[in-house]
Design a protein. Structure first.
Length: 104
């Protein structure tokens, strides 16, 4: 298993839909990655320039292939990943505000 710090630009018109998908449990139910993706997106942070960032655990090559196909490409553009140690990404972004508390 690998961990990545993910950075992406949100599609503003789809953030409400993404939040609805999270709140309904739809994303959490996706197999095999739903639980990890759900938790990561719920804890996503917002950088000052508007970039959304979170840490994600993943088993795919290329990284996030299944997650992108099922969820991420519908709600984000410009997805970039950086390999990190488990928890390192969260530590690096801990001081940033929550995506969901940012009024988006």
């Amino acid at each position: 298993m690998s961990y990545y710090l993910v950075r992406a630009q949100a599609r503003p018109e789809s953030l409400d839909t993404l939040k609805e998908r999270l709140d309904s449990g739809e994303i959490r139910c996706l197999r095999p990655f739903g639980r990890a993706l759900d938790g990561s997106l719920r804890d996503a942070r917002l950088e000052p320039d508007g970039t959304v960032t979170w840490e994600e655990e993943d088993y795919c090559r290329p990284p996030l292939a299944m997650e992108r196909a099922a969820v991420l490409d519908r709600h984000f553009t410009g997805i970039e990943v950086e390999a990190v140690s488990r928890g390192e990404g969260w530590l690096r972004i801990a001081a940033l505000p929550s995506l969901w508390g940012a009024g988006l």
